[in-house]
Design a protein around this ligand. Structure first.
Ligand code: BTN
Length: 220
């Protein structure tokens, strides 16, 4: 099935644009909003997503019947598989940051509006911002990448992985996960990263105590 692509030059945020499409007009399932740059790119936890020219900024609109917290894992695997298809070796940092050599190259912001989910994906191709909290990188440090080829590959892998059973997604997510069975930091505590369970919860271990969480952040 094809996507309807709306390709724009500079806008505040593809995510906000997608919201407006849904709320003000009747957005169609499988609409993709793409911008060359964003003046108000948004990240998770109300952070700013620095969005200079040259990178991929897209928001995928899908009609949904109900919210699925496990969707974010399928999206992460799809992005990782896209990069792998270009000969790059990424890892996933829970839940859906994509890292290369431990540095963030891509982020995902999932939001809902009416009967739609908006999957915002940013991938650093030509530039990467300096961010206080973590290290960043860009695809061009590893490979020359054509942006339209990257987008069509991403569309293909999203279709594959959004359609897969969660147990298959979970298996692949675990293979690609960064820091599995390593000691990481969660809420200021050092704990072991065990993985994700059948419900999509993050599983951590502190001695004999197992911790299950859906929100939060971890440092690897
Ligand atoms: C994160 O890691 O914090 C998520 C970053 C998501 C950035 C993308 S870029 C395209 C889309 N439009 C936005 O304003 N944000 C998302």
């Amino acid at each position: 099935m094809s996507y309807k692509l709306i390709s724009l030059n500079k806008i505040p945020s593809t995510q906000t644009y997608a919201h407006e499409l849904i709320v003000k007009e009747n957005a169609a399932d499988r609409t993709v909003v793409m911008a060359e740059s964003q003046s108000a790119g948004r990240g998770r936890y109300r952070r700013t997503w620095v969005s200079h020219h040259g990178n991929l900024y897209t928001s995928f609109i899908y009609a949904i019947e109900e919210r699925d917290p496990k969707l974010s894992y399928a999206v992460a695997v799809a992005i990782a598989e896209t990069l792998i298809s270009f000969g790059i070796s990424p890892n996933i940092k829970w839940p859906n940051d994509i890292l290369i050599d431990g540095k963030k190259v891509s982020g995902v912001l999932i939001e809902y509006a009416k009967d739609f989910v908006i999957v915002g994906i940013g991938i650093n191709i030509k530039t990467n911002p300096t961010v206080a909290k973590y290290e960043t990188t860009k695809l061009n440090n590893y490979k020359e990448i054509n942006k339209s080829e990257l987008l069509s590959s991403l569309m293909k892998f999203l279709d594959v992985w959004l359609g897969r059973d969660f147990l298959v997604v979970r298996k692949r997510w675990m293979e690609l996960a960064a820091g599995l069975n390593k000691i990481i930091t969660h809420r200021g505590r050092s704990v072991e990263l065990i993985g994700i369970n059948e419900d999509g919860a993050l599983v951590l271990r502190n001695g004999s105590e197992y911790i299950m969480t859906y929100g939060d952040e971890i440092s690897i």
